[in-house]
Structures are given as C-alpha cells and as structure tokens.
Design a protein around this ligand. Structure first.
Ligand code: ATP
Length: 445
C-alpha cells in the first residue's frame, strides 16, 4: 500500500453505508432506476462513473479468469431460456426461498433471513413458510400460452452446461478446463435490500471448471484459494475478507461442497462469492433430459467419463459495492478534510484526471494534447472548472489515482505535474514519457 496523507478518520459501520450510498448518487455512480417516476423498488442504473467501475470489476475478473489462462474460454449465452433447461437443472422444482407473511403487519419476508422476528413491526407470529420460486417467468412471442413460456435466467451457469458439447467440439479444450461468463441474472427476491447487495436484476461472473472426477477435491481447493486472492490483489483488506465452509445441511441441491468468500459489510459478514463442487450433477441432468451425450472421451486412455464441475460464482454488482465500501475513507490533507476512495487503480472510474491549472485559453491546446495522448491508454477525466484544490478533491472523492496538471511552465518545458491520490505527492514528468510513467505505476499497483 501507499503511504497515507495525514490523519485517517474512518467512518464507523453505521455511517459508512449512508455515506457510500450518498456518494454513489451525488457523483453519478449509481442511480435509483426510473427515478423521475418515483423509482422502481430495488432496481438501479449505473451512471457515467458507475459504468466505468462496474466494467473495470468485470474486466479484472475476465483478465484473471480467461485472458491470462490457456485452460479457460469465454461464453455469452442468452438470457431468455426455455423451461426444459430449468426443469433439468432443478431450478423449477427447488430454486425457492421460504416465504412467510407477518400476521400483524402483513409484510412478506424470507424466513431464513429474519431470525423469527418481523423486521418491520417486531411481531413473532408468521404464516407457515411457502416455497416461493425465484425465477422470473415470461412469454416469448405473441401468444401467452404455456407453449410460449420462457424464463429469465436466475444464474449464468446453465449456459456453460448446455454449451459444454459445443465448446468441446469447437475448441481444443480437454479436462481440466473451464468456460466463463459474465452477464445479467434475474431473481424475484422476496426482500431485495442493502442497496445493490441484493437486487432482482444483477450481474454475475461465473466459471464452470470441468475436471476428471478424481481431481475434483484438489481443484475445489485450488479455485477457493485463487478466488480469495483475487479480492486481496484488488485491495480488499485482509481483515474484511474471510472464507466460510458450508455445513452439510446448507448445501444446495447440486453441491457436495461449498465455501463462500465473505466480506465484512456494515451489517456483518455476508457472501461475495460461492465456490461449489457440483460433481457431475449438471452434465448428467442435462444429458438425461436432452438425450445428448455430455461427456468427455479421452483418446489417450480410451476412457469416457462425465467431468465433475468446480464453480466459482461471484456477483459483479455486489462485488462492486464491496470495493466501494472498502475504499471509502476520510482524511485530512493540509488541514482540510477530504473524502477519498482508495480504489485499486485498475478499478477506479477514472485512472487519470487532466487538469489545466488555469482556464486561460493559452493552456487549453496543450492540456487537450495531453488528454488525447492519454485517452487510448487510460480512462481519463478532463476538468477545467473551479480551483485546482477543489478539482483535486473531486477526483479524490471518486478514486482517481493520478491527476495530471498542465501549468504555464508546461508551455516552456513540456512537462506536467503528476499528483498521487493517496500520498498527495507531486512530481514533474515530461509529456513525452507520461504514458510510460503512468503505465509503470498502473502495472506496479
Ligand atoms: P444468497 O444466499 O445471498 O441469496 P446465493 O447463495 O443464492 O445468494 P449464488 O446462487 O451462489 O447466490 O450466486 C452467486 C453470486 O451471485 C452471489 O455470491 C452474489 O455475489 C451474486 N448474487 C446472487 N443473488 C444476488 C442478488 N439478488 N443481487 C445481487 N447479487 C446476487
């Protein structure tokens, strides 16, 4: 980590949530959806800065899970899918949460999340729990009959199973290998809550890793360690991250072992990602239901088998929120209070802020030249409004790791000042080596 500026004053947990939600709205990270119509409960839109941050989270995942490996390939499957997929996967029968109604205030809750007490009125009397299926059902085409039923996928994983044979036939992959996907999923959550932690529409980052059955336990441990490290590498502090192994009674219908990567949210430890050993459940279920052979034939040993599957399943939107909560800090610089997001430079909505020192027209052409040279390499903001101090604060507040200031000396020496967000240290860098210097800093972060 970098050295910190002056005294650090971190908000306590109860304030933190409010401050981060406020910042998200004020600075265009996350807006309430359909706000001009009063908002649509628990749906959110990602604004100009939020879309950058969310993309950076997904890119960092793709970089580590696909781009930097030769044993994992990508996929982008359809969101709409026919009931047959969800009948085979078990979701139609078992993808349910226990729904209870409070007898006193009639609010509806997910029984396993409320400890027997109504969060709204405090009553302990509820109706019997009913199994509520979380899948969004819709109709494809103009006829709303049973034959036209379609579901919005509640997870991206099934696309990897239904395309297993396609990927085997069109690539040179053989177990152990993985198929990865990032995309939207939909769950009709009974009680969406905690900002973007639990929403009905969200984004997932999932990978199915197909292995010879005897190697499943080893790969489970491998992926657990890899995934835990990914969060640490992107700046989540070690004391706010933990692994929790599921008890046998908690395991999903498909899983023989599951462990969650958990983050210390303001309300306590909660899940960021689940890593599951799904065994041969999915491939076998889809093979039985579709009549297709979903197995691997190993020519070297003349063996045919159904690979077992290890699945690291993370939420992109939920993880983005954890990165924001972990990054939020308040400190003082030169006796002045500031809010600073200490986001990893790879995640920051803007990596560089280009700031001409004065609004005078004389600096504009050079400042724009600097901006244009940086834009193909980094996410850049260009800000000419208000004093330089205010502009630094504005960039600090959204986590921009480096500000580049163009001043009157720049016109003479073709050099600029690069200021570091965390240390507030400033150094002079020649414009000709600016891209290389910032690239060096990004690679070193
Ligand atoms: P929970 O128990 O919290 O409902 P889950 O264990 O059913 O979640 P998984 O099916 O394992 O979740 O999904 C993998 C990941 O997808 C989760 O770890 C989470 O990051 C993300 N995710 C799941 N449901 C939601 C949701 N409603 N909103 C945002 N992210 C979600």
């Amino acid at each position: 980590m970098h050295a910190m500026a002056d005294e650090e004053v971190s908000p306590d947990a109860s304030d933190l949530m409010e401050k981060v939600v406020g910042l998200c709205k004020r600075r265009g990270l996350i807006f309430q959806s359909a706000e001009i119509y009063g908002g649509f409960r628990s749906t959110y839109d990602y604004g100009p800065l939020g879309v950058n941050l969310l993309r950076n989270v997904k890119n960092a995942w793709w970089m580590s899970m696909v781009q930097c490996r030769d044993d994992v390939v990508g996929l982008d499957a359809a969101i709409l899918s026919p009931p047959a997929v969800w009948a085979a996967s078990g979701h139609l029968a078992t993808f349910t949460d226990p729904l209870v109604d409070c007898m006193k205030c009639h609010q509806r809750w997910r029984e396993d999340k409320i400890d027997g007490v109504c969060p709204s009125c405090g009553s302990r009397e509820f109706t019997e729990a009913r199994a509520f299926n979380l899948m969004f059902k819709t109709h494809a085409g103009p006829l709303e009959d049973e034959g036209a039923v379609a579901y919005l996928r509640p997870e991206t994983a099934q696309g990897m199973f239904t395309n297993f044979a396609n990927v085997l036939q069109t690539t040179r992959m053989k177990p152990p290998f993985g198929i990865a996907q990032v995309g939207k999923s939909f769950r009709n959550e009974i009680t969406p809550q905690n900002f973007v932690f639990r929403t009905r529409e969200f984004e997932q980052m999932e990978m199915e890793y197909f292995v010879p059955p005897a190697e499943a336990a080893t790969w489970f441990d491998y992926w657990l360690a890899q995934r835990f490290q990914w969060y640490l590498d992107l700046g989540i502090p070690e004391d706010r991250l933990r692994l929790r192994h599921h008890e046998t009674s908690e395991l999903s219908h498909y899983s023989s072992a599951t462990a969650d990567v958990e983050f210390l949210f303001p309300w306590g430890w909660d899940e960021l990602e689940g890593v599951a050993n799904r065994g041969e459940f999915d491939l076998q279920a889809h093979a039985a239901a579709s009549g297709e052979k979903l197995e691997y034939y190993d020519q070297s040993t003349n063996e045919r088998y159904v690979p077992h599957v290890i699945e690291p399943a993370a939420g992109a939107t939920r993880t983005m929120m954890a990165f924001l909560l972990a990054a939020y800090h308040e400190d003082e610089v030169g006796g002045e209070a500031r809010t600073v997001l200490r986001l990893h430079p790879r995640l920051a909505p803007y990596q560089v802020g280009v700031l001409p020192l004065s609004k005078k027209d004389t600096l504009e052409p050079l400042a724009r030249e600097v901006l244009t040279s940086l834009q193909p390499h980094f996410l850049c903001d260009y800000d000419t409004t208000q004093s330089i101090g205010k502009r630094y604060r504005r960039q600090d507040e959204v986590g921009t790791p480096w500000c580049v200031t163009v001043d009157f000396d720049s016109l003479e020496d073709r050099a600029v000042t690069v200021r570091d967000r965390d240390t507030t240290e400033q150094v002079r860098v020649p414009i000709d080596s600016l891209v290389a210097e910032l690239r060096r800093r990004l690679d070193a972060s």
